[in-house]
Design a protein around this ligand. Sequence first.
Ligand SMILES: Cc1cc2nc3c(=O)[nH]c(=O)nc-3n(C[C@H](O)[C@H](O)[C@H](O)COP(=O)(O)OP(=O)(O)OC[C@H]3O[C@@H](n4cnc5c(N)ncnc54)[C@H](O)[C@@H]3O)c2cc1C
Length: 499
Amino acid sequence: MTRHETDIVVIGGGTAGVVVAVRLAQRTELHVTLLEAGPSDEGNPLVLDYRRWMELLDSALVRNYEIAPQPFGNSAIRQSRAYVLGGCSSHNSVIAFVPLDADFDHWVRLGADGWSPHDVRPYYDRVLDTVPLMLPPSGSPYSQAFIAAAERAGYPTTDFRQWNGRDAAGWLWFNAKDTTRMSSSVAYLHARAVPLPNLTIEFETVAHALILNDHGECLGVRTSRGEYYASHEVVLACGAIGSPKLLLLSGIGPADHLRALGIPVRHELPGVGQNLVDHIEGVVIWETKTPVAHGDTQFWEAAVFARCDATSPWPEIMIHFGILPFDMHTRAAGFPTPEHGCSMTPNVTHPRSRGTLRLRSADPEVPPIIDPQYFTDPDGYDLQVMIEGIRVARAIAASEPLHSLLAAEVAPGSRGTTEEELRRYIAQTCNTVYHPAGTCRMGSPSDETAVVDPRLRVNGIERLRIADASIFPDMITVNPCITCMMIGERCADFILEDL
Ligand SMILES: Cc1cc2nc3c(=O)[nH]c(=O)nc-3n(C[C@H](O)[C@H](O)[C@H](O)COP(=O)(O)OP(=O)(O)OC[C@H]3O[C@@H](n4cnc5c(N)ncnc54)[C@H](O)[C@@H]3O)c2cc1C
């Protein structure tokens, strides 16, 4: 097997991985090798034009992972992950948010020492100095009507870049410039005026297992294209599905699970693949009286945040407004798709249900078992918030000026009147917002269920860190892409500080 040597290996050229690699390679004394399973995004209009993100769902650059059968909730949901430079930031709908201070106060309470709002703020500043944001250039009149109706329904219009977490509605910010997505690869790599001669990017290179020595040190990684050894450190940035999968394939994880698959246990770490959390999303669809002008964006231009409980530190509901009938799961459940329509997608900002990621096989080519366990929290909190979200959506739809534009609610419509009907509807038609996180949870060094410590070092393994959505101690209120870039910035700083 070909042997390659470098100073730092970053595995996964995705949202966070590109940021780590670029920031480290700016230190010219370090040679950094970035290993990416997919191809480059450069020059590919399907990836670069953010308006085409839904086409990517069916493309060869994306894997749509099946989920395990769900006890309550829609087992037909697919967890979509992009295998291309920039990762899911090359695939997503470019909605850009900085989370609330309350999200990071909560992370600190969960053991993420040093991740307070004050600690993370400079790293968001770095991201936003690099990644340009914009508002929808010519917002649809329907999105405009949604925002105005939300104001009438009690959700004041706000600029989400100045937002303090109160219940509010507004236009979404996009990490994009004109029609080009500002993924981590575009903003951090392709837009660079100065090349990075000490950064090597290996494409179509799939990591199969970490190389560990008998002293619990990570030396490198075995891939489809040879072995890569790092004289200094290895950073795992394969995302909330890929990172726990690679740890498990390397013998790092819950011992029983590894033994059951015949994988030698190199280090028992029970938290690997636990704590899977995701933004679960419902949908309400209306037929509109006239065709919906699509504007020039990605169909999702506006949102509202709402509280169920006035004392909650964050709005428990986020609703995206879509200028299309978003029928991904309603059609299969027998609901009509109108020719002209719009949608609201309430999602639970802080779901309490927790799932798992497990290996199906010791073969790296075999997809893992992703079991989100949607709506299984013992108190039924997630379901109650979702039902309340549908009520908020309907209240906005009943307010002017949106109300006059709508012909009828078609899903759930008359089949979603009682609480019992709504439960059934949600179970049939809910979707993911594609925000899986938490599968290599960060926690205090004394927490045996945590996978990484607050400096992102894998507990019990030397020279190995993780930087991606898998380290989230809990879900944040908002869409997570910019936060994954922030984690990349922090990880690079931790490595440089420890040099
Ligand atoms: C369809 C969709 C829409 C979304 N919309 C939004 C949105 O509008 N706003 C928002 O904030 N968030 C959105 N998200 C979520 C957000 O994009 C992700 O949470 C975030 O990008 C995840 O970043 P990451 O660094 O954790 O992982 P990723 O960006 O997924 O990076 C992982 C990288 O690792 C590589 N990799 C994986 N396994 C291996 C391996 N074995 N060997 C080598 N390389 C490997 C992958 O190819 C990939 O490049 C969306 C996600 C999707 C899928």
